[in-house]
Each structure stands twice: as C-alpha cells, then as structure tokens.
Design a protein around this ligand. Structure first.
Ligand SMILES: NC(=O)C1=CN([C@@H]2O[C@H](COP(=O)(O)OP(=O)(O)OC[C@H]3O[C@@H](n4cnc5c(N)ncnc54)[C@H](OP(=O)(O)O)[C@@H]3O)[C@@H](O)[C@H]2O)C=CC1
Ligand SMILES: O=C(O)[C@@H]1CCC=N1
Length: 283
C-alpha cells in the first residue's frame, strides 16, 4: 500500500511514526508533501526514510491512500493543488478538524471516496484515540481500510460523522488537557519544595499509572477515585478544593468550547465555499 500525506506537520509525523513502528507500511511507500517548508520535508525524509516532494502530482499519483493533513484553513488551497491528479480509485482520508466530508467532496469536485477521521498526537507512540466516519461515496471496505490503518496507531472507533465534532473536543484536543494538568501538577510540586526532576518523574508516573488503572482494572474513575480517598485524609482535602473551584464544571465548558469550535471551523469553510458558488452563479 502506498500512502501520501498532504501536509507535513506534527500529526503527519505522529501517524508516520506509528505506522512505521507497527510495520504497516514500508517507508519507501510513504510520500509526504507540504506547502513551502523544504527543510521540514528533508528532515522527515532523513528521520523516517520516507519520500518527500514539493511536486503535488508526484505526491498523489501512485498513492492508494491520500491523507489530508494540512490545517483546516489551508484545506481549499491544499485540495486545489492536488485535485487534478486524484481519481476515484484512491481513498482520501481527512484528519482535518471540523471540515465535513461533504465539503471535501465538493472541493475535489468529484464523487471521491472520503473517510473523515479524528486521531490525536499519541499516534506517534501507537496510542491514538481515533474516531472515523464515512463520507457520501465511501464504501464499507474503505471504512475497514481506514480502521485498520488507525488501529495500527492506537484505538479506532466508528461514529456518525456529526459526532466527530464532539470527538474532536474530547479526544482530538484531549492530550492537551492532560498536558495542562501535568504542567499544573509540576508547578504545584515545585511550590511544595520538590525539585524539578523529582516533580516531573512523580507527576508523569502518576498520570501513567492512573491511566493504566483506568484501562486495566475496568473500574470506573469514580470507584478508583474513592479508593484513593481515605475519609478525613489528604485526598479528600485536595478533591474538596477541586470541587470548590468547580474544576469538573470547567472541563464541561472546556469540551463544550472545543466541540463548538470544531463546528464553527467547518461552518466557516462551508460558508466561504457557498459565497464563492453564489458569486459565480450571479455573474
Ligand atoms: N495537532 C493535533 O493534535 C491534531 C490535528 N488534527 C488535524 O490535523 C491537521 C494537521 O494538523 P497539524 O499537524 O497539527 O498541523 P501543522 O501546522 O503541524 O502542519 C500543517 C502542514 O500542512 C502543510 N500545508 C499548509 N498548506 C498546505 C498546502 N496548500 N498544501 C500542502 N500542505 C500544506 C504545512 O506546510 P508548510 O509548513 O510548508 O506551510 C504543514 O506541513 C489539521 O487539520 C488539524 O485539524 C487532528 C487531530 C489532532
Ligand atoms: O487544535 C486543533 O484545532 C487540532 C484539532 C484537534 C487537536 N488539534
């Protein structure tokens, strides 16, 4: 299988790293292109042994699967640059936040098989939480191929396309919330007099251990939290501060904000396209 990546940013690197680690694809069968940063292309080629090219035709022509991995705001320009070389034989997998498969199909102006996905950066170590949804013309086997690719870089689940906004708010952006907590806990540890190295080690291992307990014990977070919390003890005091500061409510607002932003980004692009279409019709 030959895979092309349009966009050579952090997500492309995370997915390539994960696919190569699992041996899903040989590095010679992966080709990457971007907009202008040649140094970045060269660096990816050196680090992973993948092919890299500025030539968009070369990038997509032989690919069985084409990943769209530019920023949502660059979707139109990025797709314009490749659309004349893409055919219905190829599967297009978008990782773009917010942008619907319908908009992607419209941008290509072809009845292309499109799968929309939302992975996260933990793909780099094979631990992405990914959800995927089928576009208008994609077939069941396309969904299965996408699922097998994303399963190689972590967990992959199938959802209705509309749910991808919520998925983006929860697990697409999710690693950043956990890093935010790690930063806050490290700062707090330093404030209590621990040195940086010790603080970092303890915080990291605490997060890893707690995540693995969630995964391996099958106990709910509520049950696990109660197991840590001795009546009248230290945890109870700490958690009561989190309650008083409405941290749980803050997470509801955080994920609501991120989910809304995903919808907004999709709408911004769809509206721009509609404007262009109505301008053309008026002329
Ligand atoms: N970061 C994350 O955690 C996640 C991101 N996503 C989605 O993944 C996508 C990529 O994100 P991320 O990797 O963080 O972004 P980056 O900013 O790291 O990379 C974007 C890449 O797109 C390239 N690009 C821009 N315009 C074009 C164009 N016209 N043609 C070809 N390539 C182009 C850029 O090239 P150049 O440098 O030359 O300008 C750059 O290589 C986004 O759509 C995002 O919504 C999804 C899940 C998680
Ligand atoms: O912040 C963003 O828009 C992207 C989508 C999910 C994670 N990063």
């Amino acid at each position: 299988m030959k895979i092309a990546f349009i966009g050579a940013g952090s997500m492309t690197e995370a997915i390539i790293g994960g696919l190569l680690k699992k041996g899903i694809c040989e590095n010679g069968n992966i080709i990457v292109t971007n907009k202008q940063d040649l140094t970045r292309l060269q660096n990816l080629a050196i680090k992973y042994g993948v092919k890299a090219t500025e030539d968009k035709q070369e990038a997509v022509t032989d690919a069985n699967v084409i990943f769209l991995a530019m920023k949502p705001k660059d979707a139109k320009e990025g797709i314009q640059a490749i659309k004349n070389y893409v055919t219905k034989k190829q599967l297009v997998i978008s990782i773009l936040a917010g942008i619907s498969s319908e908009v992607i199909e419209d941008l290509f102006k072809q009845k292309l098989r499109v799968i929309r996905s939302m992975p996260n950066t933990s793909a780099a170590i094979g631990l992405s939480a990914t959800a995927i949804a089928k576009g208008t013309y994609a077939q069941e086997e396309d969904l299965q191929l996408a699922q097998s690719l994303f399963s190689a870089i972590g967990l992959c689940t199938i959802v209705e396309e509309e749910q991808l906004h919520a998925v983006t708010g929860v697990s697409g952006s999710g690693p950043a919330y956990i890093y935010f907590i790690a930063e806050a806990m490290e700062k707090a540890a330093l404030a209590q007099g621990l040195d940086t190295t010790v603080a970092k080690k303890l915080v990291n291992q605490t997060l890893i251990g707690a995540a693995q307990m969630l995964q391996e014990t099958d106990k709910s977070p509520d049950v696990l939290r109660k197991e840590v919390t001795s009546p009248g003890g230290t945890t109870q005091r700490g958690i009561s501060v989190l309650h008083d500061l409405k941290v749980s409510e803050a997470f509801v607002s955080c994920i609501d904000g991120a989910t809304k932003r995903s919808r907004e980004m999709g709408k911004e692009i769809a509206d721009k396209l509609k404007e262009k279409t109505s301008t053309r019709t008026d002329v």
